[in-house]
Design a protein around this ligand. Sequence first.
Ligand code: PEP
Length: 251
Amino acid sequence: MNRRQIVAGNWKMNTTIAEGFTLAGQITDAHRSKEVLTILAVPFTHIFALQKKISARSKVLLAAQTCHHKNSGAYTGEISPSMLASMKVPYVVLGHSERREYNHENNNLLALKLRAALDAGLKVIFCCGEGLDIRKAGTHVHHVKVQLVESLFQLEAREMKNIVIAYEPIWAIGTGESASPAQAQEMHAAIRLMLQKKYGKRVAEATSILYGGSVKGNNAKELFNQPDVDGGLVGGASLNGEEFVQIINSF
Ligand code: PEP
């Protein structure tokens, strides 16, 4: 298996620039793993300052938390893929459940955003995952399949090398209640099978699938031990430098 192990931190709308600078410093200073790719999805406002802080560390990269589906135009307040690319931001997170819920980003819009982001040369961490009602109804695998088919699977096989998938059950995000390792593995294996059916075994085996939803220092190891879990997308715990480094070192 040659999949990349990745731990991504999603800072959401947290930290001032000074706080972000300190946090990024804690992470880069303590970061020892040569194998694990660490990505920090930071507020747009922090990118420039943090690039200077971490540029020498090739294993720590920055991501934006979203981008628009067009490259320019009358879209007040938005940030375009080409703007991010011009800042040499390597990654963008798309499809986070908070964007889906609060900004009404549906699968069709996310297909447009994926297209625009890849065309601009960005790599994408693409989030999917079901709410509690869907989990309780037992239709979670189907729900995630529809999310992938209507957005991610619009891409060509050759483009999948620029995609990281993050499975994030909404009921586990910010709740302190992580999916169990078995629940995560079940969904990750199902996603990998979907990838295989759509793009073939080579793409399925090469695509990193991260788990997100209350990953903490004390549960990361067990989650990352699952054969189809290639790392984590971490919200709350990524704001604590010490705990985030503990998560990185859980592989
Ligand atoms: C997230 O925001 O992507 C997330 C997984 O948050 P948390 O780790 O806080 O559940």
